[in-house]
Design a binder for this molecule. Sequence first.
Ligand SMILES: [Zn+2]
Length: 262
Amino acid sequence: MMIERPYQVSMRLEARIRRKAAQFFGGERAIWMGDRPCVTFGFDDAPMSAVETGAAILERAGARGMFYLCAGFWGKTTHFGEMAGRAAVERLVVAGHEIGCHSAAHWDCAAIGPEPTLADLDDNRRRLGPLLSGARLQHFAYPFGSASLPLKRALSARFVTARGVRRDLIRGGFDRLNMPALLVNSAPDCMAKAKRALQSAIARRAWVIFFTHDVREQASPWGVKPGDLADLVAQATDGGARIATMSEALALGQTASARLND
Ligand SMILES: [Zn+2]
């Protein structure tokens, strides 16, 4: 089976400036002040290994994950392996995991602009909606972490949060339209950084959002081995952190929002 090569975001100067500007401007400020540290585990795209192995690791800890789905991947095989389909989404919903929106086609949304992006998000919502047992798609993750100022404005009224890829913890003020998150893969330096970030979140009673893709022994460079994911989950629970989906975490932090930087 032909598998497309992984897409690389543009490294041209204007594209880099566009993505960087979206990390610092055009935000909408929210406040998170939980009384316990909090960890969200996100699975983007979502490969079957995340739906099966990743979800099971969280469930064994009594926790649930955040699955940012692309309906365009249903029935396909990518560099992450076999991708989840409708039945897998229904299983996640029944098990209490939260479904987020990650676009239908997994385009670089900052590169294509707001109008085609919104049409694609509507397509994803239309296909996912009937599978959600009445729940709404409240949270978005930018494919490739690629955000722009016009895109942030366009998404403001559609989603409670939009997640980027800036590495940071959340305590106090944050931008709900480009939320920080840390990629977790099984490279030794990446796992070490993730463990240090989690340790710091526990010490500061902060919220850390991790994201990954496939969960398997032969993980891709964007995925994680099951044992490494289980180690992080154990570190979180041993440290007294609450493992929560995005909606659960926001509720635990009693967020309030106000406009920022406009
Ligand atoms: Zn993705």
